[in-house]
Design a protein around this ligand. Structure first.
Ligand code: NAD
Length: 509
């Protein structure tokens, strides 16, 4: 940003950071935060310098020993209180999401609710951290395994779920006894800051949770600092790959969840009305800005495809696009002008590539919101594998329809795609569904369920280039990710017995 633009910034409305239990003002490199429905800049957010991030890491490091030794039941009580506060502030958080992301309020509330489910799960941490104990593994020898926290861990999150995705990380990381530094998306930073205040109000000791706003400079500081033991990342695949390779090269434990291109197969025997309703929500809900959005519908047989296209066209014609503050709308704007232009560019590209644009949302104008980043729903028919609109993640309200001759051919498309986050099949045939679930090379699978996002007590993650690392987000995998296993073997010799040195490897007793 140039100096002239910076001089117009209202210093009181620049969002800073949350370090060691305090909100820290910062005027460093302020970036605008825009309301995507109006196109107006609503506030600015500071981009943390390396020194600021190091302060947050130092605060987390200082808070770690006492927090590690805090009994899990006490950590759980703080999570309970936090959950109550979240519910009391649900409207405020959902409104902040809608103002900065653009999604419809009900959808913002839905994301918030799914995030709170992970806090529910974290409330059970004493049970989840129970180790395993074996008595008398040898004469007078007992052995047990323990899950010990790692230390300072970091989370780096995307714009599309500003409340939920951070909640995939810090509730479990903190409940496991770690301290945390969150670097949320710079595009919609207000909801995470509200949450930071609530964690303090819930009684979380200062320094256990810290938040730095920023960009690559902040991320690189987290990746290169030896005090950070582990990094959880969610965002686009190129950045996920960078985070994974840099973090692991620096000796950190890393889980990096990336982008997606989720396919739905529609079999000829499917209940087509239900399948089309499901496709509408999964393709166009949240303006297609979901990593689990369905962006490709593969219809088996031309008859199925023609019927699905006709029904989709009818549904698209009645889909309501407008400001997210009005729950009567089905879809809000895209997050920023740059993203709007990128997505619109993909629609132009699809036409050049020869796909058949049967619903064109490019000329949509929302009355009263003429400067908003609105793109109406778009549907391409006869998309083929060689097209970039098929290969690349568009992350907008653009559904590509393809035609396959059989379930196997449809599944081959999915298996050969570089992403493997989510997928689903619509069918009445149990055998076809079971074959699909058993064999498809994707991490999260739905059967007549368009958005198979696992609940908080399972874990979330994709295959192939949708996830770098071995452990998924939240659920049981999060206990494994945020702890290190230690196995203790103990013997207390009975009084006075002199033990002989044993030079062979301790074998069968
Ligand atoms: P993004 O990759 O641009 O940004 C994610 C985070 O990384 C942000 O905090 C950002 O500040 C930071 N970042 C961006 N560029 C960076 C760089 N060069 N170096 C270091 N840090 C950088 O993603 P986004 O646009 O905010 O979010 C959308 C993407 O996230 C989509 O690809 C979507 O599929 C993906 N996503 C994936 C999941 C999943 O679970 N797999 C969930 C949600 C979103």
């Amino acid at each position: 940003m140039n100096a002239r633009a910076a001089s117009k910034i209202d210093a009181a409305n620049v969002l800073g950071h949350f370090i060691n239990g305090e909100e820290v003002g910062d005027a460093n490199r302020p970036e605008p935060v825009t309301n995507p429905a109006t196109g107006q800049v609503s506030r600015h957010v500071a981009m943390a310098s390396k020194q600021t991030v190091e302060q947050a890491i130092a605060a987390a490091q200082a808070a770690y020993p006492a927090w590690r030794d805090t009994p899990p039941a006490k950590r759980a009580r703080i999570m309970f209180r936090f959950k109550q506060l979240l519910e009391e502030h649900a409207d405020e958080i959902a409104a902040a999401i809608t103002d900065e992301h653009g999604k419809v309020l009900d959808d913002a509330m839905g994301e918030f609710g799914r995030g709170v489910e992970v806090v529910d799960y974290a409330c059970g941490i004493p049970e989840l951290l129970k180790g395993e104990y074996s008595r008398n593994v040898g004469p007078g020898i007992d052995s047990w395994s323990d899950h010990q926290p790692l230390g300072v861990v970091a989370g780096i999150t995307p714009f599309n779920f500003p409340a939920m995705v951070p909640m995939w990380m810090y509730p479990m990381a903190i409940a496991c006894g770690n301290t945390f530094v969150l670097k949320p998306s710079e595009k919609d930073p207000t909801a995470p800051m509200i949450v930071a205040r609530l964690l303090k109000k819930a009684g979380l000791p200062d320094g256990v949770f810290n938040l730095v706003n920023g960009d690559k400079e902040a991320v690189d500081t987290l990746l290169n600092d030896d005090r950070v033991q582990a990094v959880s990342f969610v965002g686009s695949t190129p950045v996920a790959e960078y985070i994974y390779s840099t973090g692991t090269k620096n000796g950190k434990r890393v889980q990096a969840l990336g982008g997606a291109k989720n396919h739905a197969i529609i079999m000829p025997d499917a209940d087509l009305d239900n399948a089309v309703s499901a496709l509408m929500g999964a393709a166009f809900g949240s303006c297609g800005e979901r990593c689990m959005a369905i962006s490709v519908a593969v219809c088996v047989g031309d008859e199925t495809a023609d019927a699905v296209v006709d029904k989709l066209k009818d549904e698209i014609a009645s889909l309501k696009v407008g400001a997210g503050t009005d729950n009567a709308n089905n879809m809000g704007p895209l997050v920023t002008k740059a993203h709007f232009e990128k997505v619109r560019g993909y629609v132009d590209l699809g036409i050049e590539e020869g796909a058949d644009l049967v619903a064109d949302g490019r000329d949509l104008v929302v009355s009263g919101y003429e400067n908003g980043f609105f793109l109406g729903p778009c549907l391409f028919d006869r998309v083929s594998e060689d097209m970039r609109i098929y290969q690349e993640e568009i992350f907008g309200p653009v559904l590509c329809l393809m035609r396959a001759e059989s379930e196997e051919q449809a599944m081959r498309l999915i298996d050969e795609h570089e992403y493997g986050n989510g997928t689903c099949i619509f069918t009445r045939d149990g055998e076809a569904a079971r074959y699909f679930a058993d064999n498809i090379k994707v991490g999260m699978v739905g059967i007549n369920v368009p958005l198979p996002v696992p609940v908080a007590y399972h874990s979330f993650g994709g295959w192939k280039r949708s996830l770098f690392g071995d452990l998924y987000a939240y659920g049981p995998d999060s206990v494994r990710f945020y702890t290190r296993r230690k196995t203790i073997t103990q013997r207390w010799p009975s009084g006075g017995v002199r033990e002989k040195a044993q030079f062979s490897f301790p074998g069968r007793q």
